[in-house]
Design a protein around this ligand. Structure first.
Ligand SMILES: [Zn+2]
Length: 329
């Protein structure tokens, strides 16, 4: 969409919503299209949510991924066009735990009274950002910042990358299945069957991680950003993040020095980079320490090329497992 169109839309959005004249937005607007007739219309925010919705919903749903393929989601914000998709949707699926800091505003703005919204991570035990940051001595002490409102996850307070634990992915898919059943009870059996298959796949994935990483318990991985807190917790590893949980700041000189010292101290052989985070710093650390640099995907986003090639949550997680195992030898 041209920038001018977006600016125009921003200006008229609230008015358009109130008078219900979405039609005036004409060519600027995308919709679910004809294929959506008779199906549950879902807007999912980030790639893992999109993958989970398709897995549980199958042919009964049509799903639009809000954060475009190949986009790093931490700093992404919806355009007016993205917001308009919600007006036509039956279900809005977001991960929560703070990765879509804009989700609350979006839900307050929508005029779609029948819209069901599900925060897929709602039943996950969240880790605080301080609990996934390793500074060389241990994980940072937890600082109590007073009690936050129950059920309200503020941006930056928790590690949102819950899906990188297969056990958590199972909980997120269960929340999505419950939401689909509440909207489309007629097909409850199909959603339940798909959920059972997905749970089985999550359990197999969890077993594969558990078995393969058992010999490396207590091992360190150097990663592009602190996305692997839940994965490390589940399988006894420690992540050293080049950037923080939100991948929004390159390390300062002191942190760089500290990472390079840890690489030497712990005999680390491999630095993991990510497709959606500038690999410059990872490459610098790798070349200074003589490490290999290898790709690891936090599944924050997935490129259109990979989606078209049939890659998905499970295939990427299996590749991640192979990459982590090989980093220890
Ligand atoms: Zn991330």
């Amino acid at each position: 969409m041209p920038a001018g169109c977006r600016r125009f839309l921003s200006a008229v959005l609230s008015a358009a919503l109130f008078v219900g004249t979405a039609g005036i937005l004409g060519g600027c607007r995308k919709g679910f299209g004809k294929d959506a007739e008779g199906k549950v219309k879902v807007v999912a925010t980030i790639y893992p949510m999109y993958d989970f919705v398709k897995r549980i919903g199958g042919d009964l749903v049509v799903c639009s991924m809000m954060v475009p393929a190949g986009t790093e989601p931490h700093s992404w914000e919806p355009s007016t066009r993205d917001m308009m998709m919600l007006e036509e949707a039956d279900l809005f699926v977001y991960n929560g735990a703070g990765i879509e800091a804009w989700a609350g505003d979006l839900l307050e703005t929508t005029q779609n009274k029948k819209l069901v919204a599900v925060e897929a991570s709602k039943d996950v035990d969240l880790l605080r950002t301080s609990e996934v940051h390793f500074d060389g001595e241990g994980y940072e002490e937890e600082h109590e910042e007073g009690s936050s409102e129950e059920g309200h996850h503020h941006h930056g307070e928790y590690d949102p990358h819950v899906w990188l634990s297969p056990k958590n992915a199972e909980k997120e898919m269960t929340a999505i299945a419950d939401a689909l059943i509440s909207i489309d009870g007629e097909h409850a059996d199909t959603y339940r069957k798909n959920l059972e298959e997905a749970k089985k796949a999550c359990e197999e994935l969890d077993s594969a991680f558990r078995e393969s990483l058992k010999p490396y318990a207590g091992g360190y991985i150097v990663v592009a950003h602190e996305a692997y807190g839940y994965l490390c917790r589940d399988y006894g590893l420690i992540q050293i993040g080049i950037e923080g949980v939100s991948a929004d700041q390159e390390p300062d000189a002191a942190r760089m020095r500290s990472i390079i010292d840890m690489v030497d101290k712990y005999g680390i052989k491999c630095i993991f980079f990510e497709e959606l985070v500038d690999p410059k710093v990872a490459n610098t650390i790798a070349s200074e320490t003589g490490c290999r640099s290898v790709a690891l995907s936090p599944l924050d986003g997935m490129s259109q090329k990979d989606i078209d090639a049939g890659r998905d949550y499970f295939s990427v997680m299996k590749d991640n497992l192979d990459a982590i195992v090989s980093s220890f030898s």
